[in-house]
Design a protein around this ligand. Structure first.
Ligand code: SF4
Length: 109
């Protein structure tokens, strides 16, 4: 058996659906990958995501390819609107067809 994927969850069994405590980790969206396909919105049991218009600030951080992708997809992307509700189940990470999501400790963002 290997090391737990999220040792900061305190040894919570990852085989259960959404076993973690809320407020420990939250998803981070890679703005250069997200194409607003909405799988994260559909799979998250805790309504952590919404698809929203890409903010001016986030658009400014995109690579040239990211700007083109954003334009093609209507300048909309997934936003983490309830980060405190995330329970680390990783359903969104696994569902994203663009590999645009990762979980990070909530307290450091
Ligand atoms: S890991 Fe993803 S799907 Fe699971 S609770 Fe957190 S945001 Fe929702």
């Amino acid at each position: 058996m290997g090391a737990p994927a999220f040792p900061f969850l305190g040894g919570v069994a990852m085989s259960e659906p959404c076993p973690g405590e809320p407020g420990k980790v939250a998803p981070v969206v890679d703005r250069n990958r997200c194409e607003a396909k909405d799988d994260c919105v559909r799979v998250c049991p805790y309504h952590v995501f919404e698809i929203q218009p890409l903010s001016f600030e986030d658009r400014a951080t995109l690579s040239l390819l990211g700007k083109i992708k954003a334009w093609v997809h209507g300048n909309r992307q997934a936003y983490v609107v309830r980060p405190e509700a995330c329970r680390a189940c990783q359903l969104c990470v696994e569902a994203c067809p663009e590999n645009a999501l990762r979980l990070a400790p909530y307290s450091v963002r």
